[in-house]
Ligand binder design. Structure first.
Ligand SMILES: [Zn+2]
Length: 120
C-alpha cells in the first residue's frame, strides 16, 4: 500500500494523504456503467493518471498511472471489509513526504520517501 502525501492527493481526497493499495492490473476488474474516469496530468512530471470514480456516489475507485504500467490502485478505505488491509500483512510505504502536512504525524518506524520510492 502506498500512502501518498503529494499535494494532488491532498486535494483529491480533501485530507492529508491518499491511501492506495496496489494491484497487478489483471487482478482488478472495474465494471458497470457507473464507473467514470478523469485524466489528471502531474504538474511536476507531466505524466498522466487515470482516476476512476463512481458516477452514482462520487466515490474514489483508484487509478492507473503512466509511470507504473500494469498496475492499478484501489483506495484502502473503499473495501467492503477493509480489515484485511493491515500493517502486518501488507508493505506500507509513505511517499512524497516532502509535502506532508505538519499536522499529519508519522511514526519514524514507517518506510518514508521524500518523493516516490521509484524515483528517490
Ligand atoms: Zn499523490
Amino acid at each position: 500500500m502506498t500512502i501518498c502525501h503529494c499535494t494532488w492527493c491532498q486535494r483529491r481526497t480533501g485530507t492529508a494523504f491518499g491511501t492506495e493499495v496496489v494491484f497487478e492490473i489483471g487482478q482488478v476488474a472495474l465494471t458497470g456503467d457507473s464507473v467514470g474516469t478523469y485524466r489528471h496530468h502531474s504538474d511536476e512530471s507531466g505524466r498522466w493518471l487515470d482516476v476512476a470514480f463512481c458516477r452514482v456516489c462520487g466515490g474514489n475507485l483508484g487509478f492507473t498511472l503512466e509511470a507504473a504500467p500494469g498496475l492499478r490502485t484501489l483506495p484502502a478505505g473503499a473495501f467492503d471489509d477493509p480489515a484485511w488491509v493491515d500493517a502486518e500483512s501488507i508493505q506500507i510505504r509513505h511517499v512524497f513526504v516532502r509535502s506532508r502536512r505538519s499536522w499529519s504525524d508519522l511514526s519514524p518506524l514507517v518506510e518514508q520517501y521524500e518523493r516516490h520510492f521509484r524515483t528517490s
